[in-house]
Design a binder for this molecule. Structure first.
Ligand code: FES
Length: 120
């Protein structure tokens, strides 16, 4: 597994988020009760940026329509989202956050966009 150094852990507020990029992909780092997670930064409902959302109890809530996702699995926990967010494996070493850029699964909206529509 090759990992990418994306941020200092201290730059992620507890129960908060930090947007980072790997290549042309935006990720949302989220720290929930001291644990760092990484999910795709694009909501699977209507493509809002998750880094503007709220973090609590291992969940992140989208700022646009309020869908909640599990930070560990990406599962959509509440409507209006019904499909999971891609997640990424995170390692924290020596105060730095490393992310494996391989997602758990393709983003459902961006996958569709690769066939003609604008990328989000
Ligand atoms: S865009 Fe995220 S819940 Fe609608």
């Amino acid at each position: 597994m090759s990992v990418v150094d994306v941020a200092a852990e201290a730059d992620i507020p507890d129960n908060g988020t930090l947007k980072v990029t790997i290549g042309d992909t935006e990720l949302c780092l989220a720290k929930s009760d001291g644990t760092v997670f990484a999910v795709h930064n694009t909501c699977t409902h209507a493509m809002e940026r998750m880094s503007g959302g709220w973090v609590e109890g291992g969940r992140i809530e989208c700022p646009r329509h309020g869908a909640a996702f599990c930070l560990r699995t990406g599962e959509a926990l509440t409507p209006p989202a019904t499909t999971p967010l891609p997640t990424y494996t995170v390692q924290v070493r020596d105060g730095r956050v490393f992310v494996d850029p391989t997602p758990s699964h393709p983003h459902p909206l961006l996958e569709r966009n690769e066939y003609g529509a604008a990328r989000g």
